[in-house]
Design a protein around this ligand. Structure first.
Ligand code: TUI
Length: 311
């Protein structure tokens, strides 16, 4: 399936894997890229030298293009931004902030920059700053989110910018891919479905939580702190939301979530850990390889869209 995004990135299918903290490491990124999509290494809050190692390990596993997601709340973001250039990474996505100050450096090095945005205003600003494309991410997504749904956000961003738009949030199968194209997107970004992929290093307890989740099993913590995060309901979210309702201050709430994503991903602590996942978790029914996921996505999307895709 050819789109402006597959052409821009030199990939076979218009599917990008989310740059998820702790989850998006080299093995998952390489598996998605080898399956024809764009795999991403999520730098998140990892030490910069670990990100460099992850990039090198990914290169050893795939000859296909892959990217790095730079999480802008990370105090080390600047160092990570430089490492991406030093290691010759071709595509960068950014999350949780405004990447303007790194754009010149990345563009001068020939890096294609694809900021994740949650609003039309930010999409416009990123286009002006020289972005190659944007990911318009709706609040159905897992992790740190904005406040507009994918259905409402994507067509408004498509109308506001000339660069290609990648839809994210609430997309978990070929029907979602087809729907995203109908909204004017040129590709999709998916996270939650890849958390449960065979090649994902996520603890089996966490994968099982996603596979067993229903449509109403996610909640948003941190609405009052300015850092809303969507995750599956558990003891941690219940305690967090109770404290938040009681007016707990930011530091107290932070204590509850410190290291809690690692707890879930690595240790499999699904009680006290943070189980970041999107609303689409209820649609994820099994652990599949990235190759199987990609083939299923594309065969359904192509059937639904007929031959008339021209984005
Ligand atoms: O970044 C994400 N999702 C994430 S980052 C993350 S790590 C984290 N963990 C706990 C608390 C906070 C972060 C987990 N999930 N998605 C992309 C995304 N970016 N969603 C929303 C935004 C965004 C928000 C504000 C992009 C730009 C923006 O601009 C604000 C400004 O003006 O600087």
């Amino acid at each position: 399936m050819k789109t402006t995004i597959t052409e821009l990135l030199g990939i076979e299918y218009p599917v990008i894997q989310g740059g998820m903290a702790w989850v998006a490491e080299h093995r998952l990124a390489a598996a998605v890229s080898n399956a024809g999509g764009l795999g991403l290494i999520g730098a998140a809050s990892a030490p910069p030298e670990v990100v460099r190692e992850e990039i090198r390990k990914c290169k050893a596993l795939t000859d296909k293009p892959f990217g790095v997601n730079v999480m802008l709340l990370n105090p080390n973001a600047e160092e990570v931004a430089k490492i991406v250039v030093e290691e010759g990474v071709k595509v960068v996505t950014t999350g949780a902030g405004n990447p303007s100050k790194y754009m010149e450096m990345w563009k001068a090095a020939g890096v294609k920059v694809i900021p994740v945005v949650a609003s039309v205003a930010m999409a416009r600003m990123m286009e002006r700053a020289g972005a190659s494309a944007v990911v318009a991410e709706g609040m159905e997504s897992g992790g740190h989110i904005g406040s507009t749904t994918t259905m409402a956000l994507v067509p408004q961003v498509v109308d506001a910018v000339k660069i290609p738009v990648i839809a994210a949030g609430g997309i978990g199968d070929g029907r979602g891919v087809a729907a995203a194209f109908m909204l004017g997107a040129s590709a999709v970004q998916m996270g939650t479905r890849f958390v449960a992929a065979k090649e994902s290093i996520v603890h089996s307890n966490y994968k099982e939580k996603i596979i067993k989740a229903s449509d109403i099993d996610s909640e948003v913590t941190g609405m009052t702190t300015g850092h809303p995060v969507r995750c599956l309901r558990n003891k941690m979210t219940k305690e967090y939301l109770k404290l938040e309702k009681e007016g707990a201050d930011f530091m107290e709430l932070e204590k509850l979530t410190l290291g809690s994503l690692k707890k879930a991903v690595i240790d499999g602590d699904v009680v006290n850990g943070t189980l970041m996942a999107g609303q689409i978790a209820g649609l994820v029914k099994a652990e599949q390889s990235c190759e199987e996921i990609m083939q299923e996505l594309m065969s359904t999307a192509e059937r639904l869209l007929g031959m008339g895709v021209n984005r």
